[in-house]
Design a protein around this ligand. Sequence first.
Ligand SMILES: Nc1nc2c(c(=O)[nH]1)N[C@H]1C(S)=C(S)[C@@H](COP(=O)(O)OP(=O)(O)OC[C@H]3O[C@@H](n4cnc5c(=O)[nH]c(N)nc54)[C@H](O)[C@@H]3O)O[C@H]1N2
Ligand SMILES: Nc1nc2c(c(=O)[nH]1)N[C@H]1C(S)=C(S)[C@@H](COP(=O)(O)OP(=O)(O)OC[C@H]3O[C@@H](n4cnc5c(=O)[nH]c(N)nc54)[C@H](O)[C@@H]3O)O[C@H]1N2
Ligand code: SF4
Ligand SMILES: [Mo]
Length: 649
Amino acid sequence: MSVIKTMCARDCPDGCFLDAMVENGRLEKVSGSQDLPFTAGFVCPRGTGDPQRVYSPSRVIHPRIRLGSKPGPDLKTVSWDEALPIATSHLRTTLDNHGPESVLLLDYAGHTGLITSIAAQRLWHILGATRTDHSLCARSGHTAIGLHHGTSFGFPIPAPEEYRALVFWGCNTHDSAPHLWRSARKASRERGTLLAAIDARRSPTVEGCDHALIPAPGSDTALAYGIAHRWITRGVIDLPFLERFTTGFERFREEALRWPPERVSTVTALAPEAVISFADLLAERRPVGFIIGIGLQKRAAGSEAARVISLLSALLGQHRGFFYTNSRGRFIDSDALLDRRPEDPPGKTVSLVGIGSRLAAGEFRFVWVTGMNPAMTLPGQDLVRRGLASPDTFVVVHDTHLTETASYADLVLPAATFYEKEDVTVCDSHPWTRLMARAIDPVGESRDEWQVLGDLARALGHGDRYAEPAMSACERALREGFAEGSFADLRQGLTCRLREASPESYPTPSGKIEFAPKVPDDISPLPEQHELERATGDFILLNSATTKHTHSQFQDVYGPVPSFVWINPTDAAARGITSGEIVSLANDQGSVNLQTIVTDRVPPGVLWSPRPFTDRRGTPLNALASCQPQELGGGPRFNEIRVRVERLD
Ligand SMILES: Nc1nc2c(c(=O)[nH]1)N[C@H]1C(S)=C(S)[C@@H](COP(=O)(O)OP(=O)(O)OC[C@H]3O[C@@H](n4cnc5c(=O)[nH]c(N)nc54)[C@H](O)[C@@H]3O)O[C@H]1N2
Ligand SMILES: Nc1nc2c(c(=O)[nH]1)N[C@H]1C(S)=C(S)[C@@H](COP(=O)(O)OP(=O)(O)OC[C@H]3O[C@@H](n4cnc5c(=O)[nH]c(N)nc54)[C@H](O)[C@@H]3O)O[C@H]1N2
Ligand code: SF4
Ligand SMILES: [Mo]
């Protein structure tokens, strides 16, 4: 058995160093490498499930072309020599007849490696074709935090020893980042670090913390101002720090003073005393690390909550005492990966959250899908699926597995998994990286992205732009990237440490933390608590990941993403609903049927379900989600899906 050192490529904050155990050319087992203490010792169920997924029956192993109409499973195996000219000819015809804007790239979170995630974008830049703004996940929070701090990176991970309290705010770290969670638990055990959670439901993270608050969904801005109010009125804020490192505090102070505990209580539904005692607890436990969830900002005003929470630690005299994701604090030259040149046409960038409407309107005649399963993960599924199903739109899906989107593909191309190609990935939290060495040969006829896109570029006369080996582009991108080690070390399998921006530097106009930055007219200079819609008989459906699946992946290993919904006993009783019953969640966009679990882990008026399931009729959860982007940052609104709950007869 040989052990190949690699790193996980999934879109996960933990960035595990993995040891791939290979025997006779076959991936047998995957374990957490001892080379990185942060992730050593265990991997999540997706890591352990990788060997099964790599060889699963749903793996795409040959190119396949559609027989019959979309959507449907009828695909015929063809050779690469047949498949590539078909893709090229459709692409060329679309470019000639409809222009580059009608050629869309849908790429997202399947593989976060520098090479894999950029390979298709490089060609789209050369062609001046349509790309998206990648707004589906964390973008609003990045924009929000950046308004006040210049960029969104926060304290280094693992959390420095001096944190005496960690607040998990609108994130379910227990499931979404198990190693980060483990390091927090260790700090709690060994140093008495207080663990607190603020979540709109009793999540696994809430259950694992010493202290928790369950505010009404979308009321976090009020809560954060309430905490600031208590600190300001008690005089526990660090005035010399605020004087030296911030601007605009007076205006923030005035707003915070408008949020006494009683007013906070009317918005959050928390008892005034609970807000006061929580604020006092944190003030005694400084320095405090606020971990701001990506889940938190997936609502119309989610970015407002991210803004105000990111400012709290400054009141306690701390630089960047928050963690969101640290992806914006690295020194990676993405232009080197894209090979951007002045002569390239500008191209068009459109909203990924809002792409459903454009797809349904027939704006695109050629769509290349890679590292993404849009027929599951995009909001507005009715529009998305209608658009992909159009006979006028030629859809190519390059994926490792036969996905729900493959049912809408005209051509499916087999992709190599991260065990089958070389790459380098940069994790969003900790700063360590190492080469993702190729552990096994590509399964079946699968090919990596650089090769496939290079072949397509060559056929279109742009071969010179893919002539360099992918690893040289990667090396150029990382030229300024390392704090310890070098690209040569990386190539030898050594652990390298990436350079990180200083937590004490603020690339804002003033060079300081700006409480009330200068912003365009449609944005409020200070974070704002939006009016919450009052009871209309509708529920708010929250949804988040569970441990076994990464978004729509691993359904081949662990079965479908479970379709159940938590409902509060009071709401269930009022509707005569019992646990285990199938109900319909419906709104003006669609409906899904799923099984109830009656539990007080959600408050009245709030529902929670795993994401992103399809119901028994094949309707995806995201049929209910709106493709109207958030105002700030253009992010999604997955955590404020309004639905009615109806019993099925
Ligand atoms: N309802 C709801 N929907 C959501 C969210 C939510 O909270 N609620 N969250 C959103 C978030 S945070 C995110 S990040 C998105 C994720 O959205 P997606 O990126 O669409 O997520 P996945 O389902 O993981 O799809 C990734 C695809 O990449 C493929 N893949 C894996 N490795 C490779 C590779 O090396 N090469 C190629 N070519 N393909 C590969 C996988 O097989 C899989 O089909 O979903 C969003 N959707
Ligand atoms: N197992 C697994 N892990 C993953 C992923 C996966 O698919 N599977 N995906 C990865 C990706 S791409 C991402 S973006 C991250 C996301 O990981 P997180 O940032 O942890 O976000 P979520 O998992 O969506 O959890 C959000 C939590 O916020 C709560 N919440 C929702 N609305 C509100 C609100 O208004 N206020 C408050 N206070 N709480 C609220 C929800 O109840 C939920 O418990 O996870 C990553 N990790
Ligand atoms: S998905 Fe996350 S926890 Fe699981 S192996 Fe990958 S990096 Fe580690
Ligand atoms: Mo995400």
